[in-house]
Write a protein that binds this ligand. Sequence first.
Ligand code: C2E
Ligand code: CA
Ligand code: CA
Ligand code: CA
Length: 274
Amino acid sequence: AKREGRNCVHFFDPRDPQSIDETETIAATLRGALQNNLANMVYQPIVNLSTGKIEAYEALMRMKMFDGTPISPSRFIPIAEDTGMILPLGLWAIRRACIDLLLSDRTPMVSVNISRVQLKSPSFARSVSDLLAETGIDGRRLALEITEGLDLDGQADALRCLRELSELGIRIWLDDFGTGFAGLSWLRMFPFDTVKIDKSFLHDASSASGRKMLSDIVDLVHHRGARILIEGVEDASQLELARELGAHQVQGYHTGRPTPADLAPVMSGVAPGV
Ligand code: C2E
Ligand code: CA
Ligand code: CA
Ligand code: CA
């Protein structure tokens, strides 16, 4: 891409030697992450709009390189998936979230993101089941978020895995709804407890057509019988909109940023609704 001259926009090019180098560094970081305490979890509150209470926290992974530089999940998660490191890291994330938030009774629930690579792994459901048995944590306090972008090949394995997880009491949430083509088929195939509407729809809802789009998506999910979580709530007017549209839960910088477990707020500051 560099050859094309300085008037061109330069896209991220996986063949670019500099990106190959960086990808290698991140892969090495991921391989050593757990032994060297480079991985960390932060937690963002999820607020129930009718009670005004924090109902759950979403667990989000953070990673720093050996020199202390933070790497964003949108950069390291795909590399963790390609290298298979997502399997140990992903299990560690669930364990960490359970220990940080669920060993005390202070927190009702925690939701943890999982990757399609984990869902296709034959031992994943068993590992989660062992983890619950070992910590004595009730599976109903754990939610696992899968993203709708999950490709539909290998879907049979993924569905089997989701069913096994459900049998442990674990709630399955569909994340980033509306961003891909697979969302509707997923909704048809599996009874998701909660659907998280991708934040881009809320952020586009300042125009009339954007608002209509968001409200259509909310109605569609409503008809499927799943609970609706609107994410990316950044100000009071977006919170009001989520309420008007009938969302059950919200999440976003306005109601709480991701923080380490010991700093996680207990109260939401959101008034109960009707
Ligand atoms: P996601 O699951 O959709 O997570 C929500 C992202 O939105 C998080 O970014 C969060 O920090 C950010 N966010 C929260 N509130 C707001 C808001 O009000 N406005 C805006 N603009 N953003 C908000 P983060 O932590 O950078 O994570 C990015 C993505 O990386 C996540 O998207 C998820 O797909 C993935 N990820 C993060 N942690 C894990 C993990 O432990 N395992 C897996 N498999 N994926 C993870
Ligand atoms: Ca998520
Ligand atoms: Ca999301
Ligand atoms: Ca996402």
